[in-house]
Design a protein around this ligand. Structure first.
Ligand code: FAD
Ligand code: EPU
Length: 299
């Protein structure tokens, strides 16, 4: 084991299996893993990794990551224990590890309108900000007022919305560690917001597979089109590699029917991408964060 400073040594777990921390339930272990309880733990971990030249990745709710069977070298940092949420007026202040679902419900109950459009999206606030999560009812960037993060240079910063680059399923925040954020909606009526939240969740569950293991959409939508529709038209629904299968409900979801390994899911992603390219001449780009990144192109 690397000689971590005593402040964080007690927090460091070695060879921690990551599959249980992801919604696909596949993949190997993290060489080193820290579950931070505080900003201090996060800062100490970053500093120790920097000093050792150890690469660091942040894991949120694990609902958009696909981890290879060989696992992840370096450090994986989780903020799952940093999950406080507080509402005030038409704003909500939450830590990055808070569940997005819990945050959306708290907002609706407090009469904060807007975030209920994100109902049904799994994962954490930090992951949602890093991915700019969203859908037909808006994306999280629409509600951001301020984000506190540790930037890639290791500095703690508080950024206003205008200072943060967000685009479709992308944000500059994925390059650092989001610690907490203030989101701002407008004032609404709690009953109506809760009703809208459940309607949106129901609608999503009717169109997308929720009772099986997945990581949501595998590929980003090409401009002006839906990857799911292209995959469907290319006849990929129901394609299988082992226990990995292209969902029959929504073509852009690959589901793990129980026993799939990461390799099988990656192989199926490559097959789907090749078939869509043959049929439509469109190269799909992965939305899933694949750890390590080169696993999608490797055999
Ligand atoms: P993770 O999967 O853990 O990580 C994703 C990325 O965020 C990684 O690069 C990670 O390093 C980074 N990250 C996580 N936390 C932090 C942090 N604190 N600081 C910096 N970077 C961080 N997504 C949508 O956008 N719209 C949808 O409608 C949608 N529907 C889904 C439905 C299902 C059934 C599933 C399983 C997934 C769906 N997703 C959807 C995908 C996923 O839920 C979102 O991308 C979600 O925001 C990821 O959050 P997470 O906490 O799980 O992040
Ligand atoms: N469609 C098909 N076949 C399919 C899937 C979709 O023909 O198998 C058609 C639908 O009938 C519809 C169109 O494609 O006409 C768009 O479908 P949908 O409304 O399901 O939206 P999407 O573009 O496939 C996007 C996001 C989802 C988000 C939904 C709803 C991406 C990659 N996907 O899907 O986000 O939930 O809109 O807002 O942007 C995710 O990112 O993980 C995700 C699930």
């Amino acid at each position: 084991m690397i000689a971590f400073p005593s402040r964080i040594r007690r927090l460091v777990q070695e060879r921690r299996p990551l599959a249980p921390l992801t919604t696909l339930r596949v993949g190997g272990a993290a060489r080193y893993f820290v579950e931070a309880n505080s900003l201090r733990d996060v800062a100490d971990t970053l500093e120790a990794c920097r000093a050792q030249g150890l690469p660091l990745r942040v894991l949120g709710g694990g609902s958009n990551v696909l981890i290879a069977e060989r696992g992840v070298e370096g450090m994986v940092l989780s903020l799952a224990k940093m999950r406080r949420i507080a509402t005030f007026g038409h704003k909500v202040h939450a830590q990055a590890g808070a569940s997005l679902g819990a945050l959306v419900t708290r907002c609706a109950r407090a009469g904060i309108a807007g975030p209920e459009g994100l109902s049904g999206i799994p994962g954490s606030l930090g992951g949602a900000l890093a991915m700019n999560a969203g859908g037909q009812y808006g994306e999280i960037a629409d509600f951001v007022e301020r984000v506190v993060w540790i930037n890639p240079q290791g500095e703690l910063q508080s950024l206003y919305r205008e200072e943060i680059e967000f685009s479709y399923r992308r944000s500059q925040l994925s390059g650092g560690v989001v610690i907490e954020a203030i989101l701002s909606g407008h004032l609404g009526e709690a009953g109506a917001l809760l009703a809208r939240a459940s309607r949106i969740t129901r609608e999503k569950r009717a169109r997308q597979p929720y009772s099986v293991l997945s990581a949501g959409c595998c590929f980003k939508n090409p401009k002006g089109n839906s990857a799911g529709r292209l995959i469907d038209l290319a006849g990929c629904k129901g394609m299988k590699v082992g226990d990995a299968m292209v969902s029959r409900l929504h073509g852009n979801f690959i589901v793990n029917r129980g026993g799939a390994g990461a390799g099988e899911i990656l192989k199926l992603m490559r097959q789907v991408r090749a078939r869509v390219f043959d049929h439509h001449g469109v190269k799909l780009e992965a939305e899933l964060k694949i750890w390590p990144e080169e696993s999608l192109t490797a055999a």
